[in-house]
Write a protein that binds this ligand. Sequence first.
Ligand code: 26W
Length: 826
Amino acid sequence: MDHPQAQTVAEFKARIEHYLTQTALPDKAAISAKAYLKATCMAINDVIHHRLHETVQRHQTAQSRSINYLSLEYLMGRMLSNNLHNLDCFAVAAEALQALGVELTDLFEEGHDLALGNGGLGRLAACYLDSMATLELDAMGYGIHYQHGLFEQQFHHGRQIETPDEWREYGSPWEVCRPEAEQEVFLYGHVEIDTGEQGKVTKTWHPGQIIRGVPWDVPVVGYRGKTVNTLRLWESRASSHFDWVAFNEGNYQSAHIAKNQAETISKVLYPNDDTAAGKELRFIQQYFFCACSINDILARFQERFGDDWSQFPSQVVIQLNDTHPTLAIVELMRVFIDQHQWAWHDAWEMCQQVFAYTNHTLLPEALETWSVDLFQRVLPRHLEIVYEINEWFLNQVVNQQWPGDVAKRRALSLIAETPEKSVRMAHLCVVTAYRVNGVAAIHSELVKSDLFPEFHQLWPSKLVNVTNGITPRRWLKVCNPKLSELLDQHIVGDWALDLTQLAQLKSLADDASFQQKFMAVKRHNKQCLAQTIWQQCQIRVDPDALFDVQIKRLHEYKRQHLNLLHIMALYWRILNEPDFTMHPRVFIFGAKAAPGYYLAKEIIYAINCVAETINNDARVKGLIKVVFLPNYRVSLAEKIIPAADLSEQISTAGKEASGTGNMKLALNGALTIGTMDGANIEIAEEVGRENIFIFGLNVEQIKQLNNEHYEPWHYYHQDSLLRHVLDSFLSDQFTPGRPGELSAIRDSLLEAGDPYRVLADFQSYCVEQQRVNDTFCNSARWAKMAILNTASMGKFNSDRSINDYQRLIWSQIPQKKTLQQWSQAS
Ligand code: 26W
């Protein structure tokens, strides 16, 4: 173990054997796959932790601004395969295990996904950690060490059942506990005001509860393994002090209650990715996370710079992943004012220099507000600070720009008065942050024009765009080894680092022999997925069929039900139009619904019912198969994406901030059918309109439709195919013996005003789907388009996104500025 870098097969094998003495039972004849998996992880941990130490030392001396990425969610997925690739020891490990009679790829299946997130925002955070390490940035991710990540999904008679995620059931080989970096967090209680000599007012927060935050560190290995950064996840524990007081007094029960209460904070991930429910536990979770992270950031700064706070803005930046970590702002204010005794304005100025905020959604229901009552009860001192910031903002900023304009004050205030007095977290973020960014070009424009128009007027240079990206390591190199191999043969340079090199493929797009190789890889991947589908769902699918894929969280705005209507329309035509023909197609879904989201769960149920009916109807002659793979997660995405022919990106224009699945699928040679929404627009720009299937109303047209009046019945009456389809929700065609069981979906589309305008886009969607079918029948044409899609994805490398963050945000150190200067700066 002297040379952790050593990487010959013999040495690797010896190292695995060494760790097997710890992971395998001594008296067992056969060693389990889990024991091999753990031993292999431990073997590469030697290398990883060595590099981690080297990285920290390098960063200590570099004096560059360190990036602190605060996110309540990280969807890391499985880590062994990714780490082996990034350390460039995949082949060595595979051979070493082979010598032990073990197939490396079999071990991967034993690994549990690290699923500490819901969807796009959480996976983006994971891609960004990969890119920050790859670009050798001094970056630390902060998150929560949820005991249970996102629930596991099963289907019982077609309906979603949630069971707890037990990712640490057998321990996690990657995380390391760091008791030396533990934090204390205060909650509840009251604030005492003291007026000292010379009238100086000091405020003391007497907490009602103290809890501990224990950090678990997960190493983040950059590509080529030079830099290993850290993802630090906080776990809540009861304060040992509080426990002992009760315990010693013989009050065992209350000691246990306190312990349970404290540990509840990091117990589960909230499974909503769109609605801010306003639950007390979620608020406490957010504060717990922010307090631990801020105090850790301060401790790390002070270790290096002592009390030289003048260095703070040039050494520290804090990126807020949506508004979920907004309380970090208020906590930093509190620490400076109450613990370091800074003047209020000095603390405020410092905060304005170090925070940046990313907005990930325009959906009004997702914009967080917290009731003032709750805020007051849990964080009385913080609420005072929020009021002080608001006073500063309304008097020094709003009143300067719009003197006496009461309506403006009300609209921009950090405090909403109705329907309940509450704190608007997004306003607090925008007022504090020196940069605010959206996540795709159109989204950032809508942030300026529709979400925060007045803020944009106040500070025109504050709002910027950073289009999302995905890591080409996990989303091509790791998940699609066959395509990677083909690319290695035809591309000069390392495309996994510089993804724009894929453009070299463009000259091969018409080459028949390359087309054949490219499609042979796709065919192989489809065969593998067909096997997974058989194992998971007992459905036989033909790898020569068109694989049509929609994988993402289930939400009305993402319009899985539009996809479903199209499937039902095809089914109707197969049964009723004697001359109807189409290329065989497999419709593949993967999606979890928030447990409390009624209609989303109805849509899952409807898709499963339709699947059951169609898959077992001999009259369909195998033209259509519908597959809903249960428990969609990162590791399942890695199997589906390489096998997709068609990528469904069909959100209502203006609703999907960016999307990132669209990028992953196109990178792996799937063609997109999509609306002009989010990053689809930029994908269309990159691949060219002739290589993408665009349909439906654009943002302007949707706005116009909303201004006029949306009349769903109009489409119903005008389109007989749509009418047949919608009426079948009332019959028992898909729910034999239980007519009308699916009618809630029909009602949402026709009676309830459907904010997502599904019927308005139905016809245009069907027309475009027909074009998809016709194009697929011309296999040379399809192959060319698929190749051009892969070739054109260079822009969507998350390394490019991180370079944009670096250039537009993190390298910009705002000077201390007065307000006038801020508005003049633009
Ligand atoms: C508080 C409830 C809540 C939880 C999560 C509200 C909102 C969220 C997220 C902002 C939802 C989310 O994941 N947004 C997605 O972020 C991706 C990464 O930027 C984008 O690609 C998706 O379009 C966007 O929906």
